[in-house]
Design a protein around this ligand. Structure first.
Ligand code: GLV
Ligand code: MN
Ligand code: MN
Ligand code: MN
Length: 411
């Protein structure tokens, strides 16, 4: 039996709306890139709130934050709950934030009722989940899980040449704890779906059984800058024309592996970006995803072939670099059973699903039993300032998170 505790939906919503002002945009979203001043402010806020609840807050060497509420038994490893507070440059109010503030609401609910769990509970805020300022995504949880080492994380540069190491120190969040030394026995991550399925099927809860595989590439195309008015077409080495052909191929490759595959070019820089100069150099990124790693292998071979063909058929130099690969993940059966029982006990319609987006839980699953809970978002829209999840949907997610944790704790 899951103990009958109710989260405070109003308090959760107010925290979501209040903290959304930190980095808030005029269009109602959040611009809170990792390790910026806005990120520092929201981290400070979280730390204060957790300490107010009597939690001990530890920060590790890559800025991951862990707030522990003791349980009845200190011999048991903590049960972790959490997600990320960083956002895309034009992010919404819920991506990541709901998982952290939903977790905070669990701690507050338990504190209010004086409920003692068996295991300690641990609220986690992972650093740089988004991967927008510093690639790759899920960097903090990746270092935690031993996928990357600290030196690698520290060396990552943003597009201005600032390193991750410099940025984490600049905001005062280089903690003492070695990454991976702050251990827990399981983790539950609540998140918005960031896709349309739950809304279309009128489901309140997604029981997330896994995460699809993801690969990130960077492509540099080099030609030669020249005058647009006086350089005849056959004499040009236009890097942007080469890039355009490749970008078209990225979409075509994804469509060849429909309906499961997706392929995107989200970042492009042309140099010198002047209307009367033939572009001499273009840099762009490719993001391929598929639930099946073997399909991703084939998509990668096709991209490689397209790059070689472009280099062969044009007088451009083309370089392809893999910057990140995250294989498909399956979550833990016991954690998933706790989520299922919790959704059932709370009376919410739920369905199993696979996540299209990357999440810290994908890396954490390598070192601890892990599962995720999804709630719908309007129109499936995310990574957009208009991203929207209702008061009731946020409440349902936090309630199912609480039940899942209590169910797991009482096993
Ligand atoms: C992170 O938000 C990702 O899924 O790329
Ligand atoms: Mn997220
Ligand atoms: Mn995101
Ligand atoms: Mn994400």
């Amino acid at each position: 039996m899951i103990p009958n505790l109710q989260i405070d939906a109003r308090r959760l919503w107010d925290s979501l709306m209040d903290t959304a002002r930190i980095g808030g945009t005029p269009k109602g979203g959040i611009s809170r890139l990792t390790l910026t001043e806005a990120d520092r402010q929201v981290r400070d806020w979280l730390k204060t709130e957790c300490e107010r609840l009597g939690c001990t807050v530890t920060v590790d060497e890559v800025g991951n934050m862990f707030a522990v509420r003791p349980g009845r038994r200190s011999d048991l490893p903590p049960i972790a709950i959490g997600s990320h507070l960083d956002t895309q440059p034009t992010g919404g109010k819920f991506d990541g934030v709901l998982g952290v503030l939903g977790g905070l609401e669990i701690l507050r609910t338990l504190q209010d009722s004086g409920y003692e769990t068996n295991a300690p509970l641990m609220l986690v805020n992972w650093t740089n989940e988004e991967g927008s300022r510093f690639a790759p995504a899920m960097l903090g949880s990746g270092v935690y899980a031993g996928v990357f080492d600290r030196a690698y994380a520290d060396s990552r540069e943003d597009r201005q040449g600032v390193t991750f190491g410099e940025a984490v120190e600049a905001i005062g969040y280089r903690g003492e704890a070695k990454a991976g030394s702050v251990q827990f026995g399981a983790m539950f991550e609540l998140h918005i779906e960031q896709g349309p399925i739950l809304e279309q099927e009128e489901m309140s809860i997604g029981i997330v059984e896994g995460v699809q595989g993801m690969r990130w590439y960077e492509i540099s195309v080099t030609g030669r800058e020249a005058h647009t008015g006086s350089t005849p077409m056959p004499m040009r080495r236009d890097a942007l024309v080469g890039a355009a052909r490749l970008i078209d191929r990225v979409e075509a490759i994804a469509l060849e592996h429909a309906p499961s595959a997706v392929g995107s070019v989200g970042l492009i820089e042309a140099q010198p970006n002047s209307r009367n100069v033939v572009p001499g150099r273009v840099f762009f990124t490719v993001d391929f995803r598929h639930p099946d790693d073997a399909a991703l292998d084939v998509m990668e071979q096709k991209l490689q072939a397209a790059v070689e063909e472009t280099a062969r058929k044009t007088n451009l130099a083309v370089e392809l670099k893999t910057v990140w690969e995250s294989p498909a993940v399956r979550f833990d059966a016991d954690c998933l059973a706790s989520v299922r029982r919790s959704a059932e006990a709370a009376g919410y319609p739920a369905r199993p699903m696979i996540s299209g987006a990357g999440h810290d839980a994908a890396y954490v699953a390598r070192v601890a039993p892990t599962a995720m809970i999804f709630v719908p978002c309007a129109g499936g829209l995310s990574h957009n300032e208009e991203e929207s999840t209702s008061f009731e949907e946020c409440a349902a997610g936090a309630q199912v998170l609480l039940g899942a944790v209590l169910d797991y704790d009482g096993r």
